[in-house]
Design a protein around this ligand. Structure first.
Ligand SMILES: Cc1ncc(COP(=O)(O)O)c(C=O)c1O
Length: 301
């Protein structure tokens, strides 16, 4: 059985760096809210935030089964493929990325990194990409087609939930609510699965019309109810990767005031959302909130 602690050390994963940092902000003082950020963005310079959390036990599962080829899918700026390609490069594993849409004439920096780390890239049509979303099992059709281990979009799997739940073990303080950004909802599901029933996790959808999200999370959790989690759909800013002046200016000010870097796809929107809810008195005085910074800063380039 491969030693996952040894692998983490080979990759340079540093859980000690991913501290829980208290945040000062005038609105927090005014509303008497205790606010912290779990700096999972500091877990690793490249495999940051929820990327490693989701990959950790998926990788262990693949290696335990003797696989040396990992195949997955994502957009041309995918943080997930970026992390996967780096892991493959460092551990000498073959990787294949199925990328949505046509190959651009000039590679963006994410694609350039994927290539430089030896990931084999295949560009697939939008309709074929949608089809790929139906494959969930590690031995599903793409695994057979490309002869390797299949990892669904965003690293979403039961193994991913186990890795994500380890974030909770690193939070050594009491709190009422955790918040995080949602794409596939896997990170939220991993937290919700292990969260004590007295606490809640609130997700912020990065996608417009993410109606599928609650259904997908329930499927991952194998439950029908939503006992300790909910999703806010009000802060997607027009849809995935859409921004506006208000969001960009919020991010800039937040970064200057806290020294915490943000990107505008996930964490910028989530932090805008939670501070706006606080401003609008949606939390009781004395409430303690911890926002999980899920990294993804490579997308800023
Ligand atoms: C930086 C970042 N934050 C949050 C998410 C959303 O995570 P999930 O797909 O598990 O909901 C992603 C996508 O994986 C991401 O890249």
């Amino acid at each position: 059985m491969p030693d996952i602690t040894q692998i983490e050390s080979e990759l340079g994963i540093n859980t000690e760096a991913a501290i829980v940092e208290p945040i000062q902000h005038p609105i927090l003082l005014e509303k008497d809210i205790h606010f912290h950020i779990k700096r999972d963005d500091l877990l690793h310079p490249i495999i940051s935030g929820n990327k490693w959390r989701k990959l950790k036990y998926t990788l262990l599962h693949a290696l335990t089964k003797g696989h040396e080829h990992l195949i997955s899918m994502g957009g041309a700026y995918s943080n997930h493929l970026h992390a996967l390609a780096y892991v493959g490069h460092k551990l000498n594993l073959k990787t294949t990325g199925l990328i949505r849409g046509e190959e651009p004439a000039v590679d963006n920096q994410t694609l350039a990194d994927l290539k430089s780390w030896g990931m084999n890239l295949e560009f697939v049509s939008r309709s074929a990409f949608r089809e790929l979303r139906n494959y969930r099992a590690s031995d599903a059709a793409p695994a057979k087609q490309y002869n390797g281990y299949w990892i669904p979009e965003g690293g979403s799997s039961q193994e991913a939930l186990r890795g994500v739940s380890e974030i909770l073990k690193e939070i050594n303080m009491d709190f009422d609510t955790l918040t995080l950004a949602c794409g596939t909802g896997t990170t939220l599901a991993g937290i919700a699965k292990s969260l004590p029933s007295t606490k809640r996790v609130l997700g912020f959808s990065a996608l417009k019309g993410g109606g599928f999200l609650e259904k997908d999370i329930k499927k991952l959790l194998r439950t029908k109810g939503m006992p300790n989690w909910s999703i806010n759909f009000d802060y997607h800013f027009g849809g995935f990767a859409k921004t506006n002046e208000e969001l960009l200016s919020f991010i800039e000010t937040f970064q200057t005031e806290t020294n915490i870097p943000l990107e505008s796809l996930y964490n910028g929107k989530m932090l805008f959302g939670i501070l706006d809810l606080i401003k609008n008195d949606r939390f009781k005085k004395g409430h303690t909130i911890i926002a999980i910074h899920t990294g993804g800063l490579q997308g800023n380039r």
